[in-house]
Design a protein around this ligand. Structure first.
Ligand code: ZN
Length: 126
C-alpha cells in the first residue's frame, strides 16, 4: 500500500498509508492546509474555551479592583490568590489543548477506519 510522502517534525518519513490517488495523508497534504487550520481554530473555540475566556475576564476585573483598592480587605492576599487561580487556569487550558489535539487525532483515525471499511464493503460486493 502507498505511504504518505510527507516528512514528520523529526524529519523522518511519514508512515501513514494513503489512498492510491493521494500522495499525502491528511496531516501532510499541502492542499488541505487551510482545512487543517480551520479544524484547529474550531477546536480552540468550543464551549469549554468560552468558559476559560469568561474566567479570564472575571479575573481581570477582580484583579483590577483589588489593585485599585476598590476591593477590601487584604487586597494583596486576594491578588496573590488570584494569581494562583490564573496559574491553575493556564494549566487547565494546556490540558484542554492537549485533549483537543488528541480528539482531532482520534477523529482522523476513525475517518481512516471508516474509509477502509467502505473500501472493503465495495470489494466484497464485487
Ligand atoms: Zn503524512
Amino acid at each position: 500500500m502507498p505511504r504518505c510522502s510527507g516528512v514528520k517534525r523529526d524529519n523522518s518519513q511519514c508512515e501513514r498509508i494513503v489512498g492510491e490517488s493521494n500522495a499525502y495523508c491528511f496531516a501532510h497534504d499541502p492542499l488541505r492546509k487551510e482545512e487543517r487550520s480551520a479544524n484547529a481554530s474550531k477546536a480552540g473555540k468550543g464551549n469549554r474555551s468560552k468558559v476559560s475566556r469568561d474566567l479570564h475576564s472575571l479575573l481581570d476585573d477582580l484583579t483590577e479592583r483589588v489593585v485599585g483598592g476598590g476591593l477590601e480587605p487584604y487586597p494583596a492576599s486576594v491578588a496573590g490568590q488570584l494569581v494562583g487561580v490564573r496559574l491553575r487556569l493556564l494549566e487547565f487550558e494546556r490540558r484542554l489543548k492537549e485533549t483537543d489535539e488528541l480528539e482531532a487525532k482520534l477523529d482522523e483515525m476513525a475517518e481512516a477506519l471508516e474509509r477502509q471499511k467502505e473500501k472493503s464493503a465495495y470489494g466484497s460486493a464485487g
